[in-house]
Design a binder for this molecule. Structure first.
Ligand code: PEP
Ligand code: MG
Length: 876
């Protein structure tokens, strides 16, 4: 039993649940000892001792008395003694922090190998082994503990090799090695360092050196990256050395209980005959697969197989191990839960549920949303060259195609079957058809909620946006990146999951349709409370979303139905001068919208479809006035173009995002909204007549005041009533407002009674809360602010909990106070972001709505949120 000032614990007394005291390695060595696996005996100097060392600037009183006592027990147990000339014990002294920090801290092996113990050591192996162990010890102790430059030792070995005419120190004779040992001692003396002759002193110094390595530069940098607290300290594992290098009856290796790359339930690993662990890591000699181990080491192989099974059954997870065979006897040097690829994580989680090893909740904990995402979309393979530039990872997936610089060309060539990547400074609604026909999109400007990003996600196409190092010259047909010129028609590859852009064709990893994904998601669906809906504008989007598991449509952006060959119709409507002209122009639009809505409602039969009335400023449907002016000056304009120019200038606004859009547009052009409502209700009537179960919800965007909302709701009800009465078919519909302005959030109590639902448009809400132009800041300010740590994350990627999140929470809570059955959801791009989904869960929303390509990830994130696997800031 340990008392408060107890700093040392033998392996035989600890267990796996004491990681914070014993470190990960120590706790697992203790656990393996406890369950009877062959672990070389030893003891652990605890993290407590390290923390005291750091606090007191030296080892705490009593530490080394306890080390001496533990060492005496160890010596008695193994029948050898540290420093004993006849029968010497050698020790390994290894760091072992609570969280694995591979290679970041120090280790001393072969402690106790000195010229004075060489004869005794020779009895264990042979004289060569004795000299080699001493050489290795002096090198490690000299470098790690005494701080002697490694170069001096390297030089001694190289000189000896050269003099003997051999390629490696493995080929030196005993005498030659003994000379190297003598030279190493001299190197230490020349560096002004003193090598203690007594191995007990060496042990003390080695333990303190491991303590100090906790605060080494490498370790500190690693902790910063991995978010490991600085005050945990490391444990030190002091263990009897076993030797894989005693000749051809000895070996060393690593193994996994399952294949860490594929997750297949087969033992996997490598070994090396006549070698120590560091030789395997150095990679200088070819290793053999453990499948062949039975030929050389039949007993050890059998025992290793059993041990691997025992470990997996014991830890209920895939484990990796380091092992050594010393004269045919197997020893386990380390185990831990093994690292794995995304595919392996998924496969093992699902198969271990089937095997009864873990339950579904545990399986969900073992797959991160990042790993799931990697399983769903094509990505760059491992041999991808260095990217020429990296932009924002705007829409997941990777694509390879020829550079095309105009949407018109992308449309023509893409539709003709060519793989083209559309490269634009940014995109606008006019680019839609070109985007549909491309395999991927790359833009120089625009952020995560820019047109290109939103549309690409909706289409399920890869996109890299805001790659601001690109200089695009469409006229010259070139894209310049930091001095490198890419020409139209050159092949490029983009990865929208990482934001990387590569010149030339990158080999892609295409995920297979993995049934384990569907299985894991059925577990997720049982755990999550949040519903997952989709942002989908067309029947095709809706079908894709449904296939991915969408339970409704949370946002159908109707403006996306006004593009392509319908653009002339909406332009006609905009250009109309009188109410009659406007009505006449709206008629065909209304008819087409009705068809659109019918088709979407049919796909989503029985599920809510939230249709938003027209939102963007009208100038988005008009040509660029500057281009028309230029044309006017050079070749003149025809009558239609003249009218378009007038309209484009009339509708031009300095801040269109803050101008006539959303419900304001409806208030200025009420016939447009009325026509849309007629189309929606008309579509529902038609679906009902066809025997369907349509559930439309009509949503008003960008509301700021309760009076505006009252105006919009009255228009909806009056218009709907008329259509219903005319048709004689009783259809039900619901209403919603988007909460996109801070004022709407602040006035939730007034808005909630008027509608059935709130949908948080967090793209605009973020834009307006921060005062960040959503189309501009991500190319300029946000990267700088992230770099200078002025922002923790890009608030357009992950909902800002402290500001925007507070508004959201307040609006949910206050809205529900006045209307307890108010349905609340999110339809901004944050709806597909795992950290934001956690926030939505916490504030008690009913659903999140995201693009079809993010539905699966959202289902898993919603389950994680319900299970509290991780919160904002984590990567799960
Ligand atoms: C939003 O603002 O979050 C939203 C969903 O609307 P849009 O992106 O179309 O402005
Ligand atoms: Mg919006």
């Amino acid at each position: 039993m340990m008392t408060t000032d107890s700093f040392v614990m033998p392996f035989s007394e600890g267990s796996a649940d004491q990681k914070s005291l014993l470190g990960g390695k120590g706790a697992n060595l203790a656990e393996m000892t406890r369950i009877g696996l062959p672990v070389p005996p030893g003891f652990i100097v605890t993290t407590d001792a390290c923390r005291r060392y750091m606090a007191e600037g030296g080892s705490p009183a009593g530490l080394f008395d306890q080390v001496d006592a533990a060492l005496a027990d160890l010596e008695a147990q193994v029948g050898r003694k540290l420093g004993d000339p006849e029968s010497p014990l050698l020790l390994s002294v290894r760091s072992g922090a609570v969280f694995s920090m591979p290679g970041m801290m120090d280790t001393v092996l072969n402690l106790g190998a000195m010229p004075s113990t060489a004869d005794g050591l020779a009895k264990l192996g042979d004289e060569w082994f004795a000299q080699d162990a001493t050489r290795r010890f002096l090198e490690m102790f000299g470098r790690v503990v005494l701080g002697v430059d490694a170069e001096g030792f390297d030089h001694n070995v190289e000189q000896a090799n050269e003099a003997a005419g051999v390629a490696s120190e493995r080929d030196l004779t005993v005498e030659q090695l003994a000379e190297v040992v003598a030279k190493h001692r001299q190197t230490i003396a020349d560096a002004g360092k003193e090598l203690p002759e007594d191995p007990r002193d060496q042990l003390r110094l080695a333990i303190e050196a491991v303590f100090r390595s906790w605060n080494g530069d490498r370790a500190k940098a690693y902790r910063r990256i991995e978010n490991i607290p600085d005050d945990l300290g490391t444990a030190v594992n002091v263990q009897m050395m076993v030797f894989g290098n005693l000749g051809d009856r000895s070996a060393t290796g690593v193994a996994f209980t399952r294949d860490p790359a594929t997750g297949e339930k087969v033992h996997y690993g490598d070994f090396l005959i006549g070698a120590q662990g560091e030789d395997v890591v150095a990679g200088t000699r070819a290793v053999e697969h453990i499948d062949t181990m039975g030929e050389t080491f039949p007993h050890a192989k059998e025992e290793l197989e059993e041990t691997l099974d025992t470990l997996e059954q014991h830890y209920h997870d895939m484990c990796d191990v380091e092992f050594t065979i010393e004269n045919d006897k197997l020893w386990m040097l380390q185990t831990r839960v093994g690292k794995r690829s995304a595919a392996a994580a998924l496969r093992m989680a699902v198969e271990m549920v089937d095997e009864g090893l873990i339950d579904e909740v545990e399986a969900l904990k073992r797959v991160t949303t990042k790993q799931l995402e990697a399983m769903l979309h094509p990505r760059f393979g491992p041999n991808a060259p260095e990217p020429i530039t990296t932009g924002l990872a705007a829409s997941p997936g990777a694509a390879v195609g020829k550079v095309v610089l105009t949407s018109q060309e992308a449309k023509e060539r893409g539709n003709a079957g060519e793989s083209v990547v559309l490269v634009r400074p940014e995109t606008s609604p006019e680019d839609l058809e070109g985007m549909v026909a491309s395999v991927g999109m790359l833009t120089a400007r625009g952020g995560l909620v820019s047109h290109a990003a939103v549309v690409a996600r909706g289409l399920g196409k890869p996109a890299v946006c805001g790659a601001n190092e690109l200089k695009i010259d469409a006229k010259a047909g070139t894209v310049t990146v930091n001095g490198t010129v890419i020409h139209a028609d050159d092949i490029i590859s983009i990865d929208g999951t990482t934001g990387q852009v590569v010149i030339g064709e990158v080999e892609l990893e295409i995920p297979e349709d993995d049934p384990n994904v569907a299985k894991l998601l059925t577990y997720a669906d049982k755990q999550r409370r949040l519903h997952v809906w989709a942002n989908a504008d067309t029947p095709e989007d809706a079908r894709r979303a449904l296939a991915a598991g969408a339970e409704g449509i949370g946002l159908c952006r109707t403006e996306h139905q006004f593009l392509g060959d319908r653009l002339p119709l909406i332009r006609q409507m905009i250009l109309s001068k009188t109410e009659e002209e406007e009505r006449a122009a709206l008629e065909p639009l209304e008819a087409q919208q009705k068809e659109d809505f019918e088709a979407v409602l049919e796909v989503m039969d029985g599920k809510t479809v939230v249709i938003r009335l027209l939102d963007p400023p009208l100038h988005e449907f008009l040509p660029d006035p500057l281009e028309l002016r230029l044309k006017e000056a050079s070749e003149g304009l025809d009558a239609d173009e003249q009218k378009l120019l007038e309209a484009a200038e009339f509708y031009h606004e300095h801040n269109p995002m803050l101008g006539v859009r959303g419900i304001r547009l409806g208030i200025l052009r009420p016939n447009v909204y009325a026509a849309q409502v007629r189309a929606i209700i008309g579509a529902a009537v038609a679906r009902k007549q066809a025997g369907g179960d349509p559930r439309p919800e009509i949503m008003l965007p960008l509301t700021a005041t309760s009076q505006e909302l009252a105006w919009g709701i009255k228009l909806i009800h009056d218009t709907a009533k008329q259509v219903i009465e005319e048709s004689g078919v009783e259809v039900a519909y619901t209403t919603a407002t988007m909460i996109e302005t801070p004022r709407a959030a602040l006035r939730a109590r007034e808005l909630a009674p008027q509608v059935d639902a709130f949908s948080f448009g967090t793209n605009d809400l973020t834009q307006l809360t921060f005062g960040f132009s959503r189309d501009d800041v991500e190319a300029s300010y946000i990267p700088a602010a992230l770099e200078q740590e002025l922002l923790p994350v890009d608030p357009f990627r992950s909902l800002d909990p402290a500001g925007v999140g507070r508004l959201v929470e307040m609006a949910v809570t206050e809205g529900r106070e006045v209307k307890p059955d108010l349905v609340t959801g999110i339809c901004g791009e944050h709806g597909g972001d795992p950290d934001s989904i956690h926030l939505c869960h916490r504030v008690g929303m009913n659903h999140v709505s995201c693009s079809a390509s993010r539905i699966e990830v959202a289902r898993l994130a919603a389950a994680h949120a319900a299970m509290e696997v991780s919160g904002p800031g984590s990567t799960a």
